[in-house]
Write a protein that binds this ligand. Structure first.
Ligand SMILES: N=C(N)NCCCC[C@H](N)C(=O)O
Ligand SMILES: O=C(O)CCC(=O)C(=O)O
Ligand SMILES: [Fe+2]
Length: 363
């Protein structure tokens, strides 16, 4: 939020995606135009809408619908996958359990992370060790969410195909085959564009930095205003999610249509609406990209207030660096031009763990 933007730009990234693995992508006029728009949006707002991303409207809708159906279940059913420290803070949290700057948020959620096996990142990774907890109900929840995650990340979260699935192929088998064929790699490709925008090589965020990205997914439900005596009344507090920045590189937010609840703060401190634009993702910069860009790009503050009578869901995918990456400003022409290094080295995993532990003080 380096400026007083009053709306959030929309970028069609199809030209970037089409040429993304071409060694000459950096010379393609179509790619360069997308890169210019990404740079402008990241510099001015830290937020943009993404279209031309290739993810089908059907899948965007399906993940929200199935999330909504889960939240409609009775509490006993939902708490079967209750989030616990033992599960590496993965699973279901009730309304008011997530805390932002000391205040409970008016949302319920399921948190999922790239799975961390015991000892995988030594002491640094201990807090996040665990496996995702998927509900049995609604059916197919896990397979649909894993499809979505792999389309956003570009890697199968489970490259392993069980033998019975091959012998008796059901719908899951065909979904898995689709993933192997499509490999959308959406977030990785956008990051290749952002690497060019920062004056680096397209591979800047691969290998050691984010070649093994730590992904996070939050499936969130925000209760609407409750009705008493015909008047709408807010719940105890009306903040669905308090003002915060995201922690990693890039967030892909798939928000409910029709409800205007997300707000983004500009330089003068005004809250600018980011209303739903059907068929798009809302993207924003996280804290690690702010460091890599030496502050050229800001991880912009945002919050959620659901003032509508309707229940709102969002499916939020976070693309982050490798868990153990030591993040510091890149050494590209553009970041150097921005002056001396403005940030000390940060370890992404340490940043995430400190956030997770303050988000959930009572569990
Ligand atoms: N992985 C991310 N970015 N999660 C965003 C959650 C924001 C709310 C959280 N209580 C906080 O204060 O950060
Ligand atoms: O639900 C939304 O619109 C945004 C959620 C969000 O900002 C987050 O989970 O980090
Ligand atoms: Fe956020």
């Amino acid at each position: 939020m380096a400026t007083d933007f009053s709306s959030i730009p929309l970028i069609d990234v199809s030209a970037l995606l089409a040429k993304c693995d071409d060694p000459k992508m950096g010379e393609d006029p179509g790619v360069l135009e997308v890169v210019r728009q990404l740079d402008k949006a990241c510099t001015e707002a830290g937020f943009f809408y993404l279209k031309g991303h290739g993810v089908s409207d059907a899948l965007l809708k399906e993940v929200k619908d199935i999330t909504r159906r889960f939240f409609e279940l009775p509490c006993e059913e939902k708490t079967k996958i209750k989030m616990t420290p033992a599960a590496g803070f993965r699973g279901y949290q009730r309304v008011g359990e997530n805390i932002t700057k000391g205040t409970p948020d008016m949302h319920e959620a399921i948190d999922c992370y790239k799975e961390v096996t015991r000892g995988m990142y030594g002491d640094l990774g201990k807090t996040m060790e665990g496996y995702n907890q998927w509900p049995q109900n609604p059916p197919k929840f896990k397979v649909i969410m894993e499809e979505y995650i792999s389309i956003c990340t570009g890697m199968l979260s489970h490259p392993f195909i069980p033998i019975p699935m091959i012998l008796f192929p059901g719908v899951e088998f065909f979904i898995l085959m689709m993933i192997l064929l499509v490999r959308a790699e959406l977030a990785r490709k956008i990051m290749r564009g952002i690497a060019l925008a920062l004056g680096g090589s397209p591979d800047e965020f691969e290998g050691q930095r984010a070649g093994d990205p730590f992904w996070v997914m939050r499936l969130i439900g925000y209760p609407g205003l409750t009705t008493t005596n015909g008047t709408h009344e807010a719940m105890k507090n009306d903040i669905g999610c308090g003002a915060h920045t995201d922690y990693g590189l890039l967030t892909l937010l798939n928000q409910d249509e029709d409800i205007n609840a997300l707000q983004v703060r500009n330089l003068s401190g005004e809250w600018i609406s980011a209303p739903p634009v059907p068929g798009t993702f809302v993207c924003n910069i996280g804290d690690m990209l702010k460091i890599y860009s030496n502050g050229l790009y800001e991880s912009t503050l945002h919050r959620v207030i659901n003032n509508s009578p309707k229940y709102r869901v969002s499916v939020v995918y976070f693309y982050e660096t490798n868990f153990d990456s030591a993040v510091e400003p890149l050494d590209t022409i553009r970041t150097r031009k921005n002056g001396t290094k403005k940030f000390e080295k940060a370890i992404y995993g340490e940043h995430l763990v400190s956030k997770v532990l303050t988000n959930f003080v009572d569990v």
